[in-house]
Write a new protein. Structure first.
Length: 195
């Protein structure tokens, strides 16, 4: 099974995380940031990943360190679980409606970390969650996961719907990208022979 289990402790956060790429969408998320917990639960469910994440972070400062460091750990977990990336589909995309919001994501498990971000979130906060942290999470995930992620908002006025649509769409795109292609299960999906 393609799994990863890791811990990361800094002066700002103490994180444990487990990821199974071939799961059923089960999750147990306790980051200390309720909105992030909700988004990661949706991400896991729509990607069909089993994901457990716990964080004790300095949320008395704000949620920035927690959100960014969870992104770092999740990116590391994807990289670890994918190994040499043999047999993966490599690419995935999803155009996802979330009420009035319409979000497009596309992923390339390329070995090159890059985020191209195009969300126009109208409010600074959803509840207590600082909406600019959505981008910080995605930057960390893309860099540490060595993947290219494009996120585009084609419609939307409600901040919660826009961010939720992005996490659901990304889960589905990544679920496609990491899936094993049975026709090429023993091949690295690159003409270079390495990703």
């Amino acid at each position: 099974m393609r799994t990863a289990e890791l811990s990361r402790k800094t002066a700002e956060t103490d994180i444990t995380l487990r990821l199974n790429l071939d799961g059923t969408g089960k999750s147990e998320i306790q980051t200390g940031c309720g909105f992030l917990d909700h988004m990661l639960t949706l991400f896991a469910r729509h990607g069909r990943f089993d994901l457990d994440a716990a964080c004790n972070g300095d949320t008395y400062v704000d949620d920035h360190h927690t959100v960014e460091d969870i992104g770092i750990c999740l990116g590391d977990a994807f990289a670890q679980a994918l190994g040499d990336k043999r047999g993966i589909t490599r690419y995935g995309s999803m155009l996802l409606p979330m009420d009035e919001a319409l979000i497009l994501t596309a992923v390339d498990i390329s070995g090159r970390g890059m985020l191209c971000y195009g969300l126009d979130i109208p409010t600074e906060r959803v509840g207590t969650f600082d909406t600019e942290l959505a981008e910080e999470f995605l930057i960390a995930l893309a860099r540490r996961g060595n993947m290219t992620i494009h996120v585009r908002q084609l419609a939307g006025r409600n901040s919660h719907h826009i961010i939720e649509g992005a996490f659901k769409s990304l889960g589905r795109s990544l679920g496609q990208a990491v899936a094993i292609d049975p026709k090429f299960s023993q091949e690295i999906p690159s003409t270079k022979g390495v990703l």
